[in-house]
Design a protein around this ligand. Structure first.
Ligand code: ADP
Length: 273
């Protein structure tokens, strides 16, 4: 992977790659650990299961968790020259992550801003997806240079999904995400509340750990559509560690239904049905 890059050639290649993609869905969060990668993986998997051609791009350079969550951890990609060939989870789902290229993902931790920007640009431009209906991008957390670069590089037909936890303290993070999206003129397709409640693994009952309806109130306050609320379910994390999506995992049926509802709501928003 070139560290300097050739700006002109990269721009042309980037435009060619991006223009073969129907819609680009950037999954953003104000901070790490709220379930952004979980949502990105599950949106991509669910869309692919519905028959769409989907790419899942992990540009969370510091914490690439997509390979583990898709069962591809430890695998390497093939490439020729400047082309990167994504790995296939199924006929409809291809995955690309910086982790497929590095000997050791702790390498990325020492990269400075311009280097990270260059890596993100190359991942976006040089991945050979072919025609895609959707590219789901697991963006770096926060509102700094890396998500900014990603949002600027994806071009048209793109929008954001913001993942948050329901506590009131999260509202500031979500506000910063909204300001960020407005500044880069990225439409916000909705908010997903994660860890909204907890499902007891013994009795299957759901308990609110924060205030009830936190996600709805948050979305109302921010004037954004709430696409859905995912509870904490041990089945999600056990499944993710084994490379299984929510629908393939041991998560409770209502959690699986909620994930499907989230995708229905997102599709309605993107395609304005
Ligand atoms: P982020 O991308 O925001 O850093 P992750 O998606 O990597 O967060 O999630 C962090 C951890 O929490 C992972 O181990 C993931 O499996 C787990 N997790 C995320 N959402 C849930 C949930 N609703 N229930 C149980 N575990 C979850």
């Amino acid at each position: 992977m070139s560290q300097q890059g050739h700006p002109q050639a990269d721009t042309e290649k980037l435009n060619a790659t991006m223009s073969a993609i129907g819609k680009k869905i950037l999954v953003l969060s104000g901070k790490g650990g709220v379930g952004k990668s979980t949502v990105a993986v599950n949106l991509a998997t669910e869309l692919s299961k519905r028959g769409h051609k989907v790419g899942l791009l992990d540009v969370d350079l510091h914490g690439p968790s997509v390979p583990r969550m898709t069962g591809l951890e430890g695998q390497r990609i093939g490439g020729d020259g400047d082309n990167f060939y994504p790995l296939e989870v199924s006929a409809n789902l291809k995955v690309m992550s910086i982790a497929f290229m590095l000997e050791n993902t702790s390498q990325a931790v020492i990269w400075r801003g311009p280097m990270k920007y260059s890596v993100i640009q190359q991942l976006l431009a040089n991945t050979v997806w072919g025609e895609l209906d959707y590219l789901v991008i697991d963006a770096p957390p926060g509102t700094g240079d890396e998500p900014l670069g990603t949002a600027q590089l994806v071009g048209v037909n793109a929008g954001a999904v913001i993942v948050t936890t329901p506590q009131q303290v999260s509202i500031g993070d979500v506000r910063r995400c909204i300001t960020f999206c407005n500044q880069v003129m990225l439409p916000i397709w909705g908010v997903i509340e994660n860890m909204s409640s907890v499902i007891c693994p013994h009795c299957g009952q759901s308990f609110d750990i924060f205030k009830s309806d936190g996600g709805k109130k948050l979305a109302d306050e921010l004037n954004l559509p709430l696409l859905g609320s995912l509870p904490i379910d041990p089945g999600i994390v056990i499944g993710a560690d084994a490379g299984l999506s929510i629908c393939e995992s041991q998560a409770c049926p209502p959690v699986k239904q909620e994930m499907e509802k989230i995708v229905d709501n997102l599709m309605a928003k993107i395609h304005k049905k």
